[in-house]
Design a protein around this ligand. Structure first.
Ligand SMILES: Cc1ncc(C[n+]2csc(CCOP(=O)(O)OP(=O)(O)O)c2C)c(N)n1
Length: 322
């Protein structure tokens, strides 16, 4: 489906928002203002935005420990996200969840997850729910190459296949699972070939090309909405930062020459060149969007910093569902 200029610019805005948000999160983490942990999504923006641009608001997604990108791409509120990272009571989880536990059911975001692989069964359940609801809703699970070695991946894909669930399994293959190289830990070169075992289509696309991701996701979504069942979509990408932000200076086991290649294949720079070359936007138009995004992220950070910490006596509130 051809995208309108407004949709292309919205994709650009979303990618820049994810990048700017995570750059800020990294900065504030190292300034000592964010407790816990931050796993930056920088470099992988085209995957979340390409996939979520093919979804409706009411479609559901599950995310990972590296969840800010998916959450923003699905339309979550930056202020509530940043306040959650800062552990403030105005955040999505009232400051008790932090970076790895943000959810917003109102936009179909069922949750980030600190347990590797744990989002896939949840998305499979959401796809079953969509099927039982009788409409044409779909569910998407985002996960890493490391998670594709977990039992939850294999159980989820098998169930989705036999029940023809409207599910899309999106593997973000960034070549590393924490300190483990996919070259040492994956039984296959392309995760997408695992689709054969589960009798569903599988394809690999350039995960730094937002339009390639969008086109593949759009096809998978169309199949799912038509009752034709699940798809495994692998997006080859790269994370620019270490596995997670840490205080001190732990070694990043990835070869320096490989890490340097990440920014040379920048998904945002590549897309902005295309938008300008195709006459969709001028350099000034894109810079205006960059500026608006920077302001929104600044406002979210100020909101977070101005928000109160949770009260100790409220520690047991919101732990159980009403
Ligand atoms: C079940 C489980 N095992 C191990 C961990 C520790 N852990 C956290 S992130 C991570 C690597 C995950 O790699 P991948 O799925 O490729 O995602 P990426 O970090 O590359 O986005 C590991 C092993 C965990 N959180 N949960």
């Amino acid at each position: 489906m051809a995208l309108e200029p407004a949709q292309l610019l919205e994709m650009y805005r979303k990618m820049v928002t994810i990048r700017t948000f995570d750059q800020k999160a990294v900065e504030e983490f190292h300034a000592g203002n964010i407790p816990g942990v931050v796993h930056a999504y920088i470099g992988q923006e085209a995957v979340a935005v390409g996939v979520c641009s093919a979804l409706r608001r009411e479609d559901r997604i599950t995310s990972t420990h590296r969840g800010h990108g998916h959450t923003i791409a699905k339309g979550a509120d930056l202020k509530l996200m940043m306040a959650e990272l800062f552990g403030r009571s105005n955040g999505y989880c009232h400051g008790k969840g932090g970076s790895m536990h943000i959810a917003d059911f109102s936009v179909g975001m069922l949750g980030a997850n600190g347990i590797v692989g744990a989002g896939m069964p949840i998305a499979t359940g959401a796809a079953l729910a969509a099927q039982l609801e009788g409409g044409d809703g779909v569910a998407v699970a985002f996960f890493g190459d490391g998670a594709s070695n977990e039992g939850s991946f294999h159980g989820s894909l098998n169930l989705a296949s036999i029940w023809k669930l409207p599910a899309i399994y999106v593997c973000e293959n960034n070549r590393w699972a924490s300190g483990n190289s996919a070259a040492d830990t994956l039984s296959v070169e392309d995760v997408s070939v695992r689709s054969v075992s589960y009798n569903m289509p599988g394809l690999t696309v350039d995960g730094t090309d937002v339009l390639a991701v969008y086109e593949a996701a759009e096809q998978a979504v169309r199949r799912a909405r038509n009752g034709e069942g699940p798809t495994l979509l692998e997006c080859k990408t790269y994370r620019w930062r270490a596995h997670s932000e840490s205080r001190g200076n732990p070694a990043d086991p990835r070869p320096a020459e490989e890490v340097a290649l990440g920014p040379q294949n920048d998904p945002i720079a590549g897309f902005s060149t295309r938008l300008i070359d195709q006459g969709v936007a001028s350099k000034d138009d894109l810079e205006r969007i960059d500026q608006e995004v920077a302001t929104a992220v600044e406002e979210a950070t100020t909101f977070a910093k101005d928000s109160p910490l949770p009260k100790p006596e409220d520690a047991l509130l919101d732990v159980f569902a009403p």
